[in-house]
Design a protein around this ligand. Sequence first.
Ligand code: ZN
Length: 257
Amino acid sequence: MDEFIKSLNQDYELVQYHIKNKEVVFHIRSSKKELVCPFCGSKSIYVHSAYQREIQDLPIQDKQVILLVDARKLFCYYPDCPHKTFAEKHPFAAPKAKKTDRLVKNIIHTSTQLSSLNASKLLKSENIIVCKSSICSLLKKMPSIVDKASVKKNCVDDFALRKRFSYGTVMIDLESHRIIDMIPSRETADVSSWLATFPNIQVVSRDGASTYSSAAVDSHPEAVRVSDRFHLNKRAFGSHKQIYHQGISRQGRDSVG
Ligand SMILES: [Zn+2]
C-alpha cells in the first residue's frame, strides 16, 4: 500500500485504509511539517485549522479508490505578505478538485475517443465514477494538445453552455474525427480570429448559418466551405416537405375548380 501512496507523491504517507464493498479508502497525509506560502514564498509551520478532502483516484483492480487527504490551513507571519493564511496544496490534485490529476488524464484520454455518455458507462465498468456532465466540464477545460499547423479539414458547430442563454463553438478534425478545440462564443469575429490560429485549414464544414460561413471567409478565404451532412439533410428534407405540401394544395385547388 505504501508503494501506491508514494506513486502519488514521495512526501505522502498512509495513516490507515479500509475496504468496503467495491471501494478502497486510503486516509493519507503529507509528512512535511513546514509549508511554503504561495503568496510570499516564506515558510510556515503554524497550523490555523485542519480538514479533510475526499479525492477519487485511479482504481485498483476491481475497486474504486477514494483518498481521504488531511489538508491544513496555515498562518503566514511574514509581515509584508498580502495574506494572513494559506491552504495546503497537494501536488497530485488541483485545488478543490474531486479527482487526482492522473485520474483526470485517464478520463480525458477515454472521453476524447467516445461520446461523454458512452465514456461515462465505460469508465463505470472500470470502477471510475464520473457523470456525463463532469466529463463535458473536463473536456472544456482541456488545453489544446493539437498541433494547430496539422489541422487541414475541420468542422465547426455550436453547442450550448447554457441552453437558450449561452453558446460556444466546437471544432472537430474531420480526418481524426476528434474534438480539437472549443471557445465560449459563436460570434463571427471571435470564431474568425480563432480559426486564423489554425494556419493550414483547407476545408471548413459548417451549418447553414451565416456566422460560421463569414468567419471562414474572413480567416481562410481560400478554403473550401461545405455544409455538414446533418444540416444538408435537414434542408433537403425541408425542401421536399415544402414541395409535397405545395403539390397537395394544388391538387386540392384543381379538384375544387
Ligand atoms: Zn505569505
